[in-house]
Design a protein around this ligand. Structure first.
Ligand SMILES: [Fe+2]
Length: 292
């Protein structure tokens, strides 16, 4: 096993409606706008990292890359060698690409489902005062940015890749049976104490990002966030509910261009020394009535 991935670091998106993103991310999600590039690309902060969410102008609304953090430069070399040995095609992104992601160095690759991801070390840390809407702030640190849910039509190969090549731990699986569509499987994995940093789903999605979960520090900030999104005209997808697997209390909303976000608090922290995997049939304990 290579030196394992430590945390979800950043997400980069391209959007056909870039002009709508600053208002959505700051007034809806409560993030801090940090930089506008000459090409019109935007970046947003939610902790001491210079950028955690990046959006650039594009013809379509699709995820560019999910960034996974490793410990240091030697760990990056180790993961690169392990990816190459597994048969994956790895691209050295170079200084310009690293600058665009606010990190010292990174490599780019694709998982077996075609999801583009990057592995990086040394994110740029800034000390300007942080202004975000949640009074409890965002929960990041060793648990990383949050979690992403990515499509994996070829679930067995993709699930294997994250476990065997990148060293993720399997936490839970779920058979989801929504009304009117065939049941599909989800697999939940992590690389730190967060219950899941990555979920894979057999359900496809046009943005190639089923959702990005941002973790606020209190139930109060989930409730206030819901009302803030409502008052700012953000497209709310569900009411507040609680998940059966990670026990997070959250709601779902949709960004300009159709990316889904989960605004959540209170997830389980897992110790792999004692954890055993589980199979679930219900995604919720309560709530999540659809809206809109
Ligand atoms: Fe989620």
């Amino acid at each position: 096993m290579a030196e394992a991935v430590r945390a979800l670091g950043y997400v980069s998106l391209q959007s056909s409606v870039i002009d709508e993103w600053t208002a959505f991310a700051t007034e809806g999600l409560g993030l801090m706008a940090s930089e506008t590039r000459v090409d019109g690309g935007l970046s947003f902060r939610l902790d001491e990292w210079a950028a955690r969410l990046m959006v650039r102008p594009g013809a379509t609304d699709v995820v560019d890359a999910v960034g996974w953090q490793v410990r240091d430069a030697l760990a990056l070399e180790d993961v690169e060698a392990h990816l190459t040995a597994s048969g994956a095609t790895v691209t050295r992104v170079g200084a310009e690409g690293a600058h665009a992601r606010f990190v010292e160095d990174l490599i780019a690759c694709e998982d077996p489902a075609g999801n583009r991801f990057e592995i990086f070390h040394s994110p740029l840390i800034v000390h300007d005062p942080l202004s975000v809407a949640p009074t409890s702030g965002f929960v990041t640190g060793p648990q990383g940015l949050g979690h992403v849910v990515l499509p994996a039509g070829n679930m067995p190969e993709t699930f294997d890749f994250y476990r065997r090549v990148l060293g993720f731990a399997h936490r839970d699986s779920m058979l989801v049976s929504p009304p009117g569509v065939p049941p599909y499987r989800m697999r939940f994995l992590s690389c730190n104490r967060r219950h899941h940093s990555l979920a894979l789903t057999e359900a496809e999605t046009p943005t190639r990002l089923r959702h990005l979960m941002l973790n606020v520090g209190s139930v109060s900030d989930v409730g206030v966030g819901f009302e803030r999104c409502q008052s700012k005209g953000v497209n709310l997808k569900t009411r507040i509910g609680q998940h059966s697997n990670d026990e997070m209390i959250s709601f779902y909303l949709t960004s300009p261009g159709g990316f889904e976000f989960e605004y959540a608090t209170g997830g389980l922290e897992i110790d792999d020394a004692s954890w055993t995997t589980r199979e679930l049939r219900e995604f919720r304990l309560w709530g999540y009535e659809p809206l809109g």
